[in-house]
Design a binder for this molecule. Structure first.
Ligand SMILES: NC(=O)c1ccc[n+]([C@@H]2O[C@H](COP(=O)([O-])OP(=O)(O)OC[C@H]3O[C@@H](n4cnc5c(N)ncnc54)[C@H](O)[C@@H]3O)[C@@H](O)[C@H]2O)c1
Length: 247
């Protein structure tokens, strides 16, 4: 497939470029010019810069965003909301058949939260499933719910296939112990997504033939708080790593 990746020079973009390049013809889109990647530069928050860029693509993996759960509205509005609308709308205009959207665990993290955005309250002992109501913990999470709903609307209205992945926690060096002895250690142990499981999730999202699908993208963590049964069945996603083996 001809697959475009926005935010291709970021943490997950780098993992996916390395992991998917043998199987798909990838086109990288970046905010800043990147000669090494041979990427197409554009600011997705500016609709005029997006027009015409997705012609010929079969699918778009939309990663570009401000990924911080502490992002203020001044960043969330252009980089997560307007950029997502511009990306999806250009897919519609260009006839791109599928969108894979980087959503987040934070859309439901309000139910497991302790005191800050990246801590767990183990006493809540909560196991969440995709059918549970959302409980966004931040403007960032609200922006990801906007993307999930915009994807639903575009799938119904324009027939574009949509997969929203509620991603756990991917780190550059693939090592979850960087959070050891910090307030976020429990959260990492629950939400860790290894690089190979991340590639597997996006690979399956590209292959699956569904009009609209929400799925979790976390590793098979012993301490997970997301129920994976539904995702395994719908996406045929079988994560093999477990954060506990690193600690
Ligand atoms: N890393 C994680 O653990 C994690 C977890 C859940 C969801 N996500 C989501 O996955 C995606 C990628 O995350 P990441 O960790 O690779 O983040 P990252 O910050 O490394 O990459 C994001 C990329 O988006 C680009 N970008 C931002 N605003 C843009 C704009 N207006 N126009 C064009 N490009 C723009 C940035 O330049 C950057 O390259 C994000 O949408 C993030 O919210 C990440």
């Amino acid at each position: 497939m001809k697959v475009g990746i926005t935010g291709a020079d970021g943490t997950i973009g780098t993992v996916l470029r390395n992991g998917l390049s043998g199987q798909h013809e990838l086109t990288s889109f970046t905010l800043e010019a990147n000669q090494e990647l041979g990427s197409t530069k554009m600011d997705l928050s500016k609709s005029a810069e997006v027009v015409g860029k997705f012609s010929g693509l079969d699918a778009l993996i939309h990663l570009a965003a401000d990924p911080s759960p502490d992002a203020p509205w001044e960043s969330v509005q252009p980089n997560n909301i307007e950029a997502t609308y511009n990306a999806f709308n250009e897919c519609r205009r260009a006839g791109v058949g599928k969108i894979i959207f980087a959503s987040t665990n934070h859309t439901q993290h309000g139910d497991t939260l302790l005191t800050t955005t990246e801590t767990l309250d183990p006493s809540k002992n909560k196991i969440l499933s995709l059918s549970d109501p959302t409980n966004p913990d931040s403007l960032y999470a609200v922006s990801k719910l906007f993307g999930e709903n915009l994807g639903k609307y575009f799938s119904e209205k324009y027939g574009i296939q949509f997969v929203g992945l509620r991603i756990g926690w991917v780190v550059k060096g693939n090592d979850p112990t960087i959070m050891q002895d910090t307030p976020s250690e429990d959260y990492m142990r629950a939400m860790y997504l290894s690089h190979r499981d991340c590639v597997h999730a996006f690979k399956r999202a590209l292959e699956v033939d569904k009009k609209y699908l929400l799925a979790y993208a976390i590793s098979n963590n012993s301490r997970k708080v997301f129920e994976l049964t539904e995702t395994i069945a719908a996406l045929d996603f079988h994560p093999v790593d477990d954060a506990e083996t690193f600690f």
